[in-house]
Design a binder for this molecule. Structure first.
Ligand code: LLP
Length: 414
């Protein structure tokens, strides 16, 4: 059941009307559904329940403390990519033994902090990073558990900016260098090899790229085991897509069935790093129409949320459904929903046939729970939007709206 539904003319989040939420907390505002986050996590968990697995939620999709805490309570692990994400994950109560650390540019300080916290493993993305981690661990008198992130050269069929498993991508270690990488790692004194990792891209709507990647990595695991490496974990990253518009991605259950089929003999603990599929459709961006104007062939609807609040349309030409919070009989007009930022690329929707918007109307920008708030900025000196988590009839502020003081925090003028 979708948690953003109409009751009469009014759009609700769970049992709370979005109009009342906007009145109480103002706009622009991110609104998340507690039950949707919970359900999406549980559906994933159930899909893989029959095999040993850890769900390491990709913190970058939505790192807000209350969301992480909700996931931590369900025993979620975390996929992190920075010291900041480690800090957030630990603070939310995520078990270090369920944290994996990905990313091409971990600093030595970040490695130290993660070793100190005793996270499950580092997903290593280059030979130079491997050598650095060995040195840091040695200095600290610790051993670092690792997998190599292998770039399997598979086209995920997604937007080029979110395809990460292609030969041309900066991510991972090319498949043909994988054995050399593991040989090097085996010789390092402070490194324990425990896994194999990949992440081929995001917003995948087909199963075949996942299956191809899993097959390639299982072949690699077989060879690695013949060479006496103790491979216990297979991390297949995140990437399962969600419906934004007309996409029809596989369900977590279908995804799990396709993957599990190839794991029967592999004898590994599977690690998954879903982000978008957990939180994407659990959140919306609520914004109010400031002004409208007639362009030559379209109507410009100027709203109080901009590309600084939700970058995805500007950066990827991403589609987000635009919905009236109060649905009334209206003429259809070709509209651009644009923000207040001084950039032509500042739009939330372009060239859409939409029911007419007027000054003061509330708009729900749908499917904004993932990579919305987390990619926001204060460009044009616009304080960050507030965030609210709705549980039944209760809305709770989980991030206060930014202030002008927040904008200048840390600045020095003399
Ligand atoms: N694991 C790794 C190593 C990743 O790099 C990512 C996402 C994930 C897991 C989670 O992927 P997901 O399940 O969310 O697809 N800003 C873009 C998406 C960038 C994804 C980056 N990496 C967007 O708004 O579409």
């Amino acid at each position: 059941m979708h948690s953003f539904q109409r009751r009469g003319k009014e759009l609700f989040c769970e049992d709370k009307s979005l109009t009342s939420i906007a009145e109480e907390y103002g706009t622009p505002l991110y609104v998340y559904s507690h039950s949707t986050v919970t359900r999406h996590y549980q559906v994933f968990e159930e899909a893989f329940a029959s095999i040993p697995h850890i769900i390491c939620y990709a913190v970058k999709a939505n790192p807000t403390g209350a969301i992480l805490k909700l996931l931590a309570k369900m025993d979620s692990g975390a996929d992190i990519v920075s010291g900041g994400e480690l800090y957030r994950a630990l603070r939310a109560g995520i078990e270090p033994s369920r944290i994996v650390y990905s990313g091409v540019g971990k600093t030595e300080k970040e490695m130290e902090d993660a070793l100190q916290s005793d996270i499950l493993m580092f997903n290593i993305e280059s030979f130079t990073e491997l050598a650095a981690l060995d040195e840091v661990a040695g200095r600290m008198g610790k051993r670092a558990r690792i997998s190599l992130r292998i770039n399997p050269d598979i086209d995920p069929g997604t937007h080029p900016y979110v395809a990460t498993g292609l030969r041309t991508s900066k991510f991972g270690i090319p498949f043909e260098y994988a054995l050399e990488g593991y040989d090097r790692a085996a010789k390092l004194p402070n490194i324990d090899i425990i896994g194999v990792d990949c992440h081929i891209g995001s917003q995948l709507t087909e199963l075949s790229p996942f299956v191809d990647a899993v097959k390639k990595l299982i072949e690699l695991i077989t060879v690695l085991r013949q060479k006496d490496n103790d491979i216990q974990y297979l991390d297949i990253g995140g990437g399962l897509g969600i419906p934004y518009n007309t996409e029809n991605p596989p369900s977590p259950a279908e995804f799990a069935d396709a993957v599990k089929r190839h794991l029967a003999e592999a004898n590994v603990t599977l690690i998954l790093e879903p982000g978008r599929s957990i939180v994407g459709n659990a959140g919306i961006l609520l914004t109010r129409v400031l002004y409208t104007k007639k362009g030559k062939d379209r109507r410009f609807v100027i709203v109080d949320a901009g590309m600084n609040d939700l970058l995805r349309p500007s950066l990827y030409d991403a589609y987000h459904e635009i919905a009236h919070v109060v649905d009334e009989e209206r003429d259809i007009e070709v509209s651009d929903i644009v923000g207040p930022i001084c950039e032509s690329g500042d739009f939330l929707a372009k060239d859409r046939r939409l029911p007419r918007f007027d000054k003061g109307d509330l708009i729900a920008v749908m499917s904004a729970g993932a990579y919305g708030a987390s990619m926001s900025s204060t460009y044009n000196s616009r304080p960050l939007a507030a965030e609210v988590l709705v549980n039944g009839q209760t809305a709770r502020l989980i991030r206060k709206r930014g202030s002008c003081e927040d904008l200048i925090r840390g600045e020095r003028v003399t």
